[in-house]
Design a protein around this ligand. Structure first.
Ligand code: NAD
Length: 302
């Protein structure tokens, strides 16, 4: 039986140290938690080479054994299911709590929560918003689907990685919120790119256009914080040839999650369908690994 102190310095197993996970784990380590990290891709662990406090393990079981919390930051629902079934459930002890921060379908998450609860293991879906910058700065928004007692346990851990920790409702609720948010993000990024591309082609200076949009009614996160036109915001992927960030193929994944969910409840989503087509074309033009703001470059080169 894991000794559950839920103390300030909890022991945490962290699986999935990609674009987001590496920064989130770094923030947990900086907050003095004992963090054991595992990733199937050894290159993902390079980030921790100079972090003495990071305990890199070579098999996932070593990250899970004895940990009070298991954080998952994995690419999709299939991987989360495989990792839960093959790695986490056989090893996690009574009272451990799994915090799945990946963006996956609601049904897989609820099924994993049910299995976990039947083993007296906690499970929360805690997908995030805020991108890589938010992960780096520890300012993510966590949308949490959880039983009330699990939410109480995970809140202090999540607060080391984010600044808005919202209990959205029972298991699955965090993912419902996340899927709806990303549907909007996918569409707004295309809208921002279309507007920037058109204005520039009509002869307006890109900085002037961005400034005017950002003080007018078209302003949104995609225009203000993450502008897709290179050179407007120097620290975001568009200013780094669209490297890093949130891959276009990941955006398709999220839009398909929204479309599947919409089908279940017969909600109308015409723009989500159109946006999915646009990102599909971007991916088949060889840009699938580039940040989703690459839609600007794609439109610009049409
Ligand atoms: P990523 O592909 O960079 O990272 C995923 C990591 O999981 C990789 O390092 C991969 O090697 C690892 N992995 C795969 N299978 C594994 C396994 N069986 N065991 C351990 N590790 C395994 O993806 P990311 O951009 O960090 O996104 C992770 C999740 O967060 C996704 O679900 C994504 O939709 C979501 N998300 C991403 C962003 C973003 O801006 N990148 C923002 C919000 C949410």
């Amino acid at each position: 039986m894991v000794h559950l102190s839920f103390a300030r310095y909890a022991s945490i197993g962290f699986l999935g140290l990609g674009n987001m996970g590496k920064h989130m784990a770094t923030n947990l380590i900086a907050a003095n938690h004992q963090v054991k990290i595992f990733d199937v891709n050894p290159q993902a662990l390079d980030h921790f080479k100079d972090q003495k406090e990071a305990k890199v393990v070579s098999v996932p079981q070593n990250a899970i054994e004895g940990s009070e919390f298991i954080v998952l930051m994995l690419p999709n629902g299939k991987v989360v299911r495989d990792v839960c079934q093959s790695n986490v459930f056989p090893v996690a002890k009574n009272g451990t709590c799994i915090i799945d921060c990946s963006t996956i379908d609601v049904r897989t998450s609820q099924e994993m929560a049910e299995v976990a609860h039947s083993k007296n293991v906690g499970f929360v879906d805690a997908p995030v918003s805020g991108g890589i910058t938010g992960a780096q700065k520890g300012t993510l928004t966590f949308m949490v689907g959880a039983q009330a007692d699990d939410f109480k346990k995970v809140e202090p851990i999540l607060s080391k990685m984010g600044k808005n920790i919202v209990h959205a409702g029972p298991n699955g609720s965090g993912l419902i919120a996340k899927i709806c948010n990303n549907l909007l993000l996918g569409i707004s990024m295309i809208g921002t790119s279309e507007a920037m591309n058109l204005g520039i082609k009509l002869g307006l200076d890109k900085e002037v256009l961005a400034k005017l949009i950002n003080s007018s009614t078209g302003q949104c996160w995609s225009s203000q914080t993450y502008n897709p036109c290179p050179g407007i915001v120097p620290t975001v992927p568009s200013s780094n040839d669209y490297n890093g960030g949130f891959a276009s193929e990941m955006m398709i994944k999220d839009l398909l999650l929204a479309l599947d969910a919409a089908k279940e409840v017969q909600a109308s989503t015409p723009l989500t369908e159109k946006a999915t087509d646009v990102y599909r074309k971007i991916c088949s033009s060889g840009l699938s690994k580039r940040d989703f703001s690459v839609v600007f470059k794609y439109l610009n080169e049409q």
